[in-house]
Write a protein that binds this ligand. Structure first.
Ligand code: SF4
Ligand code: SF4
Length: 223
């Protein structure tokens, strides 16, 4: 991809790195097949390639982010599935991280968005606060959870909290003896909102051979 950054812009090391990444993209679109937001929404601007165009345009013109750019970049999950299918080795992670900094520095979000984002930042990283927030969310009556005047993201969170609660009551008990979880999963389970929620991971946990990470031998004749 051709870029048009000027020399002054390229004195910033992050922009210079972003420029190198942008130049590697050949617009092939292979990445769109593995992007969950594109698969779900079907909008090119919610695909890695579309976001790369938005980022390129914003950075090259040194423009403040617009509501449209912020919306499409916010929807990126940073799952980096796109990087696994890119034949050109585009380092999308650098681009999206750099673009997010630019958005935060140049775009003022609407009040309700700022409020919800602050709430999430103050609650989500702390298990005890998250547990308390979930308990509170489950007490909110149904009609209030669906109230049109609530910010859509808060409405979605209230619905989600109650959906998870419903799921947590239909978990399958672990067969004994349960295998010890791998460190990463153990860490993940240790921060789930409440102990019963960790039971919902049991089918997955018991299906994965955590004690042995070596590949099983190939069937005879396939070597
Ligand atoms: S797969 Fe890679 S090179 Fe192709 S459009 Fe996506 S980011 Fe660009
Ligand atoms: S990081 Fe994930 S959501 Fe974001 S563009 Fe890549 S595949 Fe799509």
């Amino acid at each position: 991809m051709q870029t048009r950054f000027d020399a002054a812009q390229l004195t910033d090391p992050d922009t210079a790195e972003a420029e190198k990444v942008l130049r590697k993209c050949v617009h092939c679109g292979f990445c769109t097949a593995t992007c969950p937001t594109y698969v779900l929404l079907g909008d090119e601007l919610d695909s890695p390639r579309g976001r790369i165009y938005l980022i390129k345009d914003m950075l090259e013109q040194n423009r403040p982010a617009t509501a449209t750019v912020a919306r499409h970049l916010d929807r990126c999950l940073s799952c980096l599935a796109c990087m696994t299918t890119c034949p050109s080795g585009v380092h999308y992670q650098h681009l999206i991280d750099h673009a997010r900094v630019h958005v935060e520095m140049t775009y003022r979000r609407p009040l309700h968005e700022r409020w919800v984002r602050t709430l999430v930042a103050k609650v989500l990283p702390y298990p005890s606060r998250l547990r308390a927030a979930l308990a509170l969310a489950r007490r909110v009556p149904g009609p209030l959870r669906r109230a049109a005047w609530l910010p859509p993201s808060l409405r979605a969170m209230l619905q989600l909290a109650n959906t998870s609660a419903a799921r947590a009551h239909t978990v399958t008990p672990a067969p004994a003896p349960a295998p010890a979880p791998a460190p990463a999963l153990a860490l993940a389970l240790s921060v789930v909102p409440r102990p019963s929620a960790s039971r919902s991971a049991v089918p997955f946990r018991s299906a994965v051979p955590f004690r042995s990470w070596s590949w099983p031998p190939l069937p005879a004749g396939t070597r």
